[in-house]
Design a protein around this ligand. Structure first.
Ligand SMILES: C[S@@+](CC[C@H](N)C(=O)[O-])C[C@H]1O[C@@H](n2cnc3c(N)ncnc32)[C@H](O)[C@@H]1O
Length: 221
């Protein structure tokens, strides 16, 4: 894949994509204390482009999820996909890049589950949950000048439920940031089922059904 889309975009966005070899080499530099940490460690890419780092991070997380949970029940396996996804965050100023990144990660999750479990047994609410996590974690925003306009959700695990704590991105430099809101623990699939009812999103993620989270953020406002 070319590392640039156009000269105008290089000028306006400094958009030069990193190739896969360099992405892998850079991620190899991040130390893990133990193998399982890859699933739960949080990664944030503040200028994520169309997701070259995010997709490789997801692949590494899912590799471990496959090793540990592919032989377990579908729910268990799905839960750890969700768990892995909740720890991947991205910001980009360009809406088109964010949409592309979300779509790539969505398709990666889907093909990984199809490969290991087949496509007939997804739990109700699982793919809407994937959609919900991706659109809240990978957002349009200006990470340099308007960090205060970006919100992120931290997902705390309670059994098979997530307690969601919403933080302003700018506050995360504080030693003890306070959430702007906390949502009580809710079963992971129930979060997806409710989201599907609220948004009417499809299980199949098409460009048209993509909800961009903070995409309507006014970049110049
Ligand atoms: C050099 S590219 C890198 C993309 C990706 N990280 C990669 O390595 O393939 C820089 C990216 O930063 C984004 N960008 C530029 N200014 C930004 C800002 N202030 N906040 C967030 N993203 C920004 C651009 O849209 C572009 O996608």
């Amino acid at each position: 894949m070319s590392q640039i889309k156009s000269k105008d975009r290089v000028r306006d966005l400094a958009e030069v994509y990193t190739n896969e070899r360099e992405v892998k080499a850079m991620l190899d530099l991040i130390p893990l204390k133990k193998e399982d940490d890859i699933i739960t460690y949080k990664y944030l890419e503040p200028a994520c482009g169309n997701g070259n780092f995010l997709i490789e991070i997801l692949r590494r997380k899912l590799k471990r999820v496959n090793e540990k949970y592919a032989a377990k029940s579908m729910r268990e396996y799905e839960f750890y996909h969700a768990r892995a996804l909740t720890t991947i965050y991205g910001i980009d100023i360009c809406k088109e890049n964010v949409a592309e990144a979300i779509e790539r990660l969505y398709r990666e999750v889907k093909s990984n589950i199809d490969l290991h479990k087949g496509s007939f047994f997804y739990s109700e609410g699982f793919f809407p949950l994937v959609h919900y996590i991706l659109t809240n974690n990978i957002v349009v925003g200006d990470s340099i000048n308007h960090a205060d306009r970006i919100e992120f959700i931290e997902y705390l695990v309670k059994g098979k439920s997530f307690e969601r704590r919403i933080f302003n991105f700018a506050s995360l430099v504080d030693p003890k940031p306070l959430p702007v809101k906390t949502l009580p623990p809710e079963n992971f699939l129930v979060i997806g089922q409710k989201y599907q009812i609220e948004t009417d999103c499809d299980d199949e993620l098409g460009q048209t059904s993509l909800k961009l989270g903070q995409a309507e953020f006014e970049l110049n406002g």
